[in-house]
Ligand binder design. Structure first.
Ligand code: NAD
Length: 311
């Protein structure tokens, strides 16, 4: 069986694909041209697969997707043609969670702002001007108890004795005693509003959908403690960026850590004003950018595709 690889792919995972499949054709290979007519199986990473693309692929049976997000693949068009989309949930969860926790600590202790003051020279920075927040035994609100949300919850619960409050309407009723959720003792709430006033850290780990867009906007931010930290390591647009900037300027919350922005990669032109604030820490979607996570996602997509097609 031949697999067409539409994007740059991790070489070790390509080597594995070459062992599993009879032929692997990379997007840089001469015989890649006209893949739409020929392909039964493809591997994608950042490429979009639109309904138009699907219509041009009469033989397509399965798509192996590097990573979790499948919003660039027209899922309805695939479902109509019974084309299976195989992503790699969980493969990068620990890596993303580590960045989210790093953002939480950076914001809580003002580390980037203090470091910037220090390296700028001039007057020495005195510790008396660097008071921050401890995360120990704080209440953490997790919106979206999927792979990444649970991983963040686990790190903060085990490492910081955090109390976890969770909102995820798609968790089963038995979540506190059954399945992967039960490994993380949590108090479940039925709405985001229910957790806003009680959490010290709010972290969102949901896909961007019509339901989650602007889930955290000005009104929500104003309902939080003035010492609260808001984290978005999922997708830009879930925390409304203009509202967040306003709330931070008005001192409604302590600070914010963002690894996801509406415009990616984020630029100074778009985010300069937000970045001027000393209590914002922003990174350009680096959550999954570790060798371990990339390799796990790349190999996971290859294996998923193989298992689906062969078994
Ligand atoms: P997941 O599918 O395992 O978990 C998502 C969870 O959100 C699910 O439990 C689902 O029930 C829940 N959910 C869906 N709609 C909801 C709603 N309206 N309210 C509350 N909960 C809702 O996905 P994941 O792997 O945990 O990824 C979570 C997010 O992180 C995704 O948006 C993903 O694209 C993003 N992500 C970011 C990075 C990064 O580098 N920063 C990397 C990978 C994924």
């Amino acid at each position: 069986m031949t697999v067409y690889v539409l994007d740059p792919w991790y070489p070790k995972a390509i080597a594995r694909a070459r062992k599993l499949f009879s032929k692997v054709i990379l997007h840089t290979d001469p015989d890649f041209a006209g893949w739409q007519q020929k392909a039964r199986a493809i591997l994608v990473r950042g490429s979009s697969i639109t309904a138009f693309d699907v219509a041009k692929c009469p033989n397509l049976v399965a798509i192996g997707k590097h990573g979790v997000g499948i919003e660039k693949i027209d899922q309805a068009a695939c479902a109509e043609r019974n084309i299976k989309i195989l992503n790699t949930p969980g493969a990068n969860a620990q890596a993303v969670a580590e960045v989210v926790v790093a953002l939480a600590l950076s914001v809580a202790r003002n580390i980037p702002a203090i470091y910037t003051r220090q390296v700028a020279g001039g007057e020495a920075v005195h510790k008396q001007t660097c008071s921050g927040l401890t995360l120990h035994r704080k209440t953490v609100g997790v919106v979206g108890m999927g792979n990444i949300g649970r991983c963040v919850a686990r790190i903060l619960q085990r490492g910081f004795d955090a109390e976890i409050v969770a909102y995820d309407p798609y968790m089963p009723a038995s979540a506190s005693t059954d399945g992967p959720w039960s490994e993380i003792p949590h108090r479940r709430v039925d709405s985001v509003a229910e957790m806003l006033g009680i959490v010290d850290v709010l972290t969102v780990h949901v896909p961007l959908t019509a339901e989650t867009r602007d889930m955290i906007a000005y009104q929500e931010l104003c309902s939080m403690k003035s010492t609260a930290i808001v984290l978005n390591g999922s997708r830009g647009g879930i925390v409304n960026e203009d509202d967040l900037e306003r709330a931070l300027r008005e001192g409604k919350i302590w600070g914010a850590g963002l690894d996801a922005h509406e415009q990616e990669p984020p630029t100074r032109e778009r985010y300069g004003k937000l970045w001027e604030l000393p209590n914002v820490v922003s990174t350009p979607h680096i959550g999954a950018a570790t060798e371990d996570a990339q390799l796990a996602s790349a190999i996971g997509a290859v294996d998923n595709l193989y298992n689906y097609l062969v078994t």
